[in-house]
Design a protein around this ligand. Sequence first.
Ligand code: 5GP
Ligand code: ZN
Length: 118
Amino acid sequence: MCIFCKIVNGELPANMVRENDDFMAFHDLNPKAPAHILVIPKLHVDSFNEVTPETMAGMTSFIQEVAKVVGIKESGYRVITNVGDNGGQEVKHLHWHVLGGAKLAWGHFADADTKDFF
Ligand code: 5GP
Ligand code: ZN
């Protein structure tokens, strides 16, 4: 069972922000911004590649609520999901990073030049 499924079933603790029947939001263990929340579906989905539009519809309003509860809705924030190896996905259970609380830096390429792709 993956670590986020263990958080869902209570085997592992998490610093919870919000929860409903389908989704959970909790603080990232290793925050990359003053506010760094992870939002997950309770039912295991490997990544964004597999998520259904129905689940995404529920997650959209849940993420909006989380941004409001955390107090970053008006100041702004970033929503990211890493997909697969190149995306840097370490936990293979779909999760959205909700980052805010400060001006965020922008820059993503680990070791490649954009010219190589486009
Ligand atoms: P990924 O790299 O897969 O997009 O992001 C995984 C995230 O999960 C990382 O930001 C990491 O800090 C966080 N993380 C890993 N294990 C745990 C854990 O047990 N609890 C919490 N709250 N966050 C975790
Ligand atoms: Zn899982």
